[in-house]
Design a protein around this ligand. Structure first.
Ligand SMILES: Cc1cc2nc3c(=O)[nH]c(=O)nc-3n(C[C@H](O)[C@H](O)[C@H](O)COP(=O)(O)O)c2cc1C
Length: 153
């Protein structure tokens, strides 16, 4: 079964307090993710916004669950909260191998788009995986969001 998972979490205090630590941890996460996710046939993206992570993962159930278990144990973040875990018929990020996007360089986009997203959940109108994927793809391909890659943070 192919599935789509989205979670949010908080970066650890060490990353929050030290920009260099944040960058080196992101570089490490991206390097590990690109290698391991490709081996597990998992696609997706990782967004970083003012100390919060939003990650979208898609792949086959056993592999996604195995990866998520590792990610949840990672001390570089806490309060991992899975917002979405559902079966999908096709990948939405088949062309993205866990690239990292830092959104806090664009406060305007962050405040409008991320707040709309949060409000969607608060209103209990949980969108389906396809809607979320469409929204995130629109966000990361927005002309004002230049592709980051951890190394370019
Ligand atoms: C926010 C965040 C996202 C991560 N995403 C991935 C990922 O997509 N793929 C991956 O292999 N590791 C990811 N990691 C790193 C894993 O938590 C873990 O360190 C790595 O997979 C090695 O796993 P292991 O320690 O069980 O061998 C992420 C870590 C954090 C903090």
């Amino acid at each position: 079964m192919l599935k789509f998972v989205m979670y949010v979490s908080d970066a650890c205090p060490k990353m929050l307090d030290d920009q260099e630590q944040m960058i080196s941890d992101l570089i490490d996460i991206e390097r590990t993710a690109k290698h391991r996710n490709s081996a597990l046939n998992i696609t997706g993206v990782l967004l970083v916004d003012n100390g919060h992570f939003i990650q979208l993962l898609e792949g086959y159930e056993a592999e996604v669950d195995e990866l998520l278990a590792s990610i949840k144990n990672d001390s570089r973040h806490s309060n991992v909260c899975v917002l979405m875990d559902e079966e999908v018929s096709a990948r939405s990020f088949g062309d993205w191998n866990m690239d990292i996007f830092t959104l806090d360089i664009q406060p305007e986009l962050k405040s409008s788009d991320l707040h709309r997203f949060r409000d969607c959940y608060l209103a209990n109108e949980k969108p389906n995986a396809r809607e979320v994927a469409t929204w995130v793809r629109r966000l990361i391909t927005h002309p004002e969001i230049r592709f980051q890659g951890a190394a370019a943070c």
